[in-house]
Design a protein around this ligand. Sequence first.
Ligand code: PEP
Ligand code: MG
Length: 586
Amino acid sequence: MAQPTSLIEKTWTGTAVSAGVAHAVVHVLKDHFDEPDEDSIEPGTADAEMARLHAALEVTRKEIAELQRVVGEEQGSAESEIFETHLLILQDSTILKQTEKTVREKNVCVDWAYYKLMCKHMDALRGVADAYLRERFLDIKDVTQRVMRHLRGELLQHPMFDEPVIVVAHDLTPSDTVQLNRSKVLGFAVETGSGVSHAAIIARSLAIPAVVKLHGICDDLHSGDAVLLDGEDGLLILNPTAETLARYRKREEQAERREDVFQVQRHEPATTRCGSSVCVGANAEFLEEMRIVQDSGAEEIGLFRTEFLHLENPSATEDELAAAYTQVVRALAPKRVVFRTLDLGGDKIDAREAMEPEPNPFLGWRGIRLSLGRLDLFKRQLRALLRAAGHGRVGIMFPMVSGVQEVQEAKAVLKDCAEELIAEGIDVPEEVEVGAMIEIPSAALSADLIAAEVDFLSLGTNDLTQYTIAVDRLNDRVAGLYQPTHPAVLRLIDMSVKASRAAGIRVGMCGEMAADLRLTPLMIGLGLNELSVATTQIARVKHAVRRLAVAECEELARVVQTCASPTEILNLSRAVAERCYPELFE
Ligand code: PEP
Ligand code: MG
């Protein structure tokens, strides 16, 4: 049974990263494990408990053996050797004996006995200096996670909740989010992270509240606790009282009335006071978002992050991918959908790739590098995208390019795929736009070379900021340095926009900076006229654009060129924003 918690209201303050309020019970993912309760067992049932463990170990063994086979086939025997360690841990007789001893002596369920023992081993390895031994910690963790899930009869890929829940976690990686039953998730409360971590981005896409930097909540909360999550003020309130709930109800009613005013015009174009139009598109990750996108007022999907579909089903066939992409294209037609090819790596790790940990994944095998190194995966995706392109208007965009050569290589693979399809008698539209993301400083600095090769550029400011300032977008400790208005970031944006204009191609922005209403005047001033943002922000960004005049924004962009301080630049843009559309800051 879950430990009873006192019913006194208690509040934690974190950082709000996705708006909204949710009131529900929590589901705590403790360091990727759901910690089992220390349930007692009936006398005489120890044998049955041990039989449950043996069954879970056997299913896990089969699962790992299968992974070993697949990785061996795809990447060679050296890569698949890692699974030998996993199998050894699984079959370790000392672990079995100690677990059995605990079950029999303490009369506790085998879940708890096994979990506690494995935690002890992990704790012992976590702090050791030797890198090899430290890595064994990850092996034990992986095996324990699999066994625990099988003990509970959960499918490894999809932890299910019967009731709607607020998910509480230490951190929430993209592969965690794809494994959740998202239809039942009402909000995210996370101990680490930032506004540009993927948990935050996903929450905004799904239009659910999220609060990060809620330190200590994983220890203090238990699955089943009732909380209120406030994605406006960054609060998590355990056992909210009747007065608190009434206060929030009133606040929500007022917010809804205010929001209605912006929403009324969401399907109208966004045209500045002086008549310039700005294309406001949506960022999306999942098929289930298409209805929200259609209803949001989005003029296109400016960024479809395809890696999330991949993480959901890494072994999807070309036919399955083509069907999924076609669903997106049809849902948006005749509007354009820009599919970003897989941006795996970094924090978006495929379980299979993760078996070979990299010392610095953000500087490692990520985005287009991984795709060009895994042509099987890349071609499967490109062929599926080209097939989907026959059903509407499609852009194909390459992520994490560091220079023009990668773009040329990727285009050559795309051309091969198109020729193969045509030879097979499959229709490929002549006009599929090709684009590149500018999210690495070297790409911005050589934007003129890249622009000569593509139909459009898209600024990924989440990574551009991270790589320009050398500040990890997920690291709490250096979060203060993560400032998209740093003059260096703005100069790279400016350079990329100018290179696109000179080449006569489109340029947009799909990083989170595009949705920051304080910065809309500066973005327009820098010459951006395509902004792709979370669906929840579309009506607001359009409203902001309608209240701006380009000349005033350009003057702002000129003034900030002489400013050294990111905060000063932010404040200058915010001042224009608050003067032109104060209602969005109420
Ligand atoms: C970006 O880096 O700005 C971007 C849009 O890509 P992602 O956030 O998925 O890395
Ligand atoms: Mg990026």
